[in-house]
Structures are given as C-alpha cells and as structure tokens.
Design a protein around this ligand. Sequence first.
Ligand code: PAF
Length: 289
Amino acid sequence: MESISKIEEVRDKVSFYKTKYETVGFVPTMGYLHAGHMSLVRAAKNTCDRVVVSIFVNPSQFGPKEDFSTYPMDMEADLKMCRDAGVDVVFSPEAGDMYPRGIYDLGSGALTFVEPVAGLTDKLCGESRPGHFRGVATIVAKLLNIVTPHYLFMGQKDAQQLAVIENMVTDLNIGVKVIPCPIVREEDGLAMSSRNTYLSREDRISATVLNRSLQHADKMIKDGVASSSAIIEEMTKIISSEKNAEIDYIEIVDAASLERVETPKGDTLIALAVKFGKTRLIDNMRLVI
Ligand code: PAF
C-alpha cells in the first residue's frame, strides 16, 4: 500500500493504473476509520482492481460551532486498517493543497464552490447545518477531479449526503458511478460513526434507542399505518423516553427528492438526528413500500 499526500502523485498513480485498464474504486473518508468505512472498502475491493481511500477532515463542511478542531484522528490506526484490508493507495492531502486559495468562504480565497440546490439542503441535516452540504459537494467534486475513479463508494447512513452527491454527479456530468453501501451497525443496533466515540457510557446505551425507533416505524408501516405524522409521533415518544436524548428532527421523505411525504409510499426514507449531550447522531432506514 502507498500512502500519498501530494495531489500530483495520486493523479500519476491512478493514470498508471488506467494505462493497464485497471478499474479504480474510491472511498472518501475523514479518517478515524471503523467497520462502517471498511465495509465500503470491501465493496470497492469486490468491484474494482484498485482501491483508493482518501483521509481528509474537510474544514469547509463544518460550521463555526461544530467539531472541526476536535474531530477524532488516528492516522496510524487508519493506515493499518487500510493496509490490512488490501487498499492500494491512501491519499491524505494537506488542507493548503486542497484549498490553495484559502479554506472558508467567498471572500477569503476560493471563488468557486459546488452549491447543491436549496431543495436538497434546506431540510433534514441542512436545516441545522447551513453550508454543510456545499462543503461536502465541493470537497467530493475536488477529490473526484483528483482521483478520477471509475466507482465512488458512499455509505447510506449519510442519506442526504448520498443524495447530494448522486445529484451532483448527474448534474455536473462527472464520469463516475456512485455505489451506495448499506449502514453497518454495532451488535446492539447503533449505526457506526466516528462520532460514537464522543458518547459517554450512559449516552452510548441511550443511543440504541435510535435504531429501536426506526424498527418500530418499520413495523408500523408493515402493519398498515399510512400516516407519516402518526409514525413520527410514536418515534418521538420512543426516543424521548431516553431523558438525555434531544431530538433535532425525525422526518419521513421521498428518498430521491427528500421532500416530506404525508403517506410513506414508494422509495421512502425515514431519517432522524438526535443529540446526546453535545454529540449529534444521525440514522435512517430506507424502505420501498
Ligand atoms: O462522509 C464523510 O466522511 C465526508 O462527508 C466526506 C464524504 C468524506 C467528505 O468530506
């Protein structure tokens, strides 16, 4: 495995693979890798001849009050996990190379960003994280321009992020195929996330309520309940039974447009964000009804 930090070097490496007609799979990450990330790597290994993983904590997707400066990092452990999993290249660029004209916003450097339409970003996580999806779309577009993979592997846990990137790839004619990968859960059902490490022991136990509430919603739908608000009300009750849980949102939306639906029907996403102490967790369930 090669660990590369320079943009030109990773470009050369991928060009070399392509001269041999090898397919390249790409897994973008912010590091602090866990079994969820490694399931993306496995999917990439199963589909592609070569696998590139990027590790970059992207400043432009964090709000001023968010956890950019304290985001967990363990490069040594990440490199070991990638090596053990058979990754070909880990690309971990410097912020100054990824944002050569400055990082934050219009006026302080870069003049070009990728801005997903408001309809995709003014709801769900976008409501409490203004600018977040612009940061994600911009960095993923930059990484795709650098790595130029054939396949892009992304987790369904970040369902809104996945929808933003799928739309960006279509709208900007980016020559990559997006492969959505299923959520990976701990044994007790908590969706894997680098942020789980922030949870206190008590909050970690309480956080299992998220998956329980989604399972309950699934059962209600299977039992014939056709009202999104009735389902959301029940989920709210279940989550609120944990006294340290503070609900940010629970929504039932069309999986492609992310528009709220009164009746779950067709390709549906039940998505939620809940805070435990300072830690905000997201989870979701996708159903074809
Ligand atoms: O999901 C993540 O870890 C990040 O949002 C991503 C896609 C690597 C962009 O920084």
